[in-house]
Design a protein around this ligand. Structure first.
Ligand code: AMP
Length: 189
């Protein structure tokens, strides 16, 4: 099964994707983690990516797509995978669809986690990651609204969007996600 998790920073994409990885027995791919790996390579590219991360800006689409294409070509993705933090722009989503088509695959479901902005700010401030400073948090939330939110309409049109309320305990949210996936599996069976 091929699933993407969409949601603003702090919505719980990483936490939930890791739990779902066990449930669906497919790898979990966090593009944020892939980008942090590129950053630590201490090359020119690494410095360029690091600059985007520090500012809370998106890494350029072509670079992200190239890295994702390489990753899904690995044998462990043969039976699908879960993306967390990808795609983040409509361009990425369109290019991703194209890339999957050439591999005779297609996306099964886009899970969109929603959480209110004040709740996100409070969760991110408590997390303390290097890009969780107040300025970067505000920028990442604005970037999400401007560039990533339009993805929901894109996937809704395709009939593969599952909106999930991301508030409440981790267990509650996980139950909602499992229900959305089961519903999708039943509908498409
Ligand atoms: P995350 O760990 O998902 O919050 O991602 C951390 C940072 O990595 C983001 O703020 C972006 O700078 C970068 N990043 C992660 N995924 C993407 C993506 N799909 N497109 C562009 N930039 C990304």
């Amino acid at each position: 099964m091929l699933v993407v998790f969409i949601g603003p920073p702090g919505a719980g994409k990483g936490t939930q994707a890791k739990r779902l990885r066990e449930h669906l027995a497919v790898p979990h791919i966090s593009t944020g983690e892939l980008m942090r790996n590129v950053e630590s390579s201490q090359t020119d590219l690494g410095n360029q990516v690091g600059e985007c991360l520090r500012r809370g800006e998106l890494v350029p689409d072509d670079l992200v797509i190239g890295i994702v294409e390489q990753r899904i070509g690995q044998p462990d993705c043969e039976n699908g995978c879960l993306f967390d933090g990808f795609p983040r722009t409509v361009t990425q989503a369109v290019q991703f669809d194209h890339c999957l088509k050439t591999k005779e695959k297609s996306l099964d479901l886009a899970v969109a986690l929603s959480v209110t902005r004040p709740e996100l700010i409070s969760r991110l401030s408590a997390r303390g990651r290097r890009d969780d400073t107040p300025e970067t948090i505000a920028n990442r939330l604005d970037v999400y609204d401007a560039h990533t939110l339009p993805l929901l309409a894109y996937y809704e049109q395709r009939g593969i969007l599952a909106n999930v309320d991301g508030t409440g305990s981790e267990d509650e949210v996980f139950e909602r996600i499992k229900q959305a996936i089961d519903r999708h599996v039943t509908e498409t069976a």
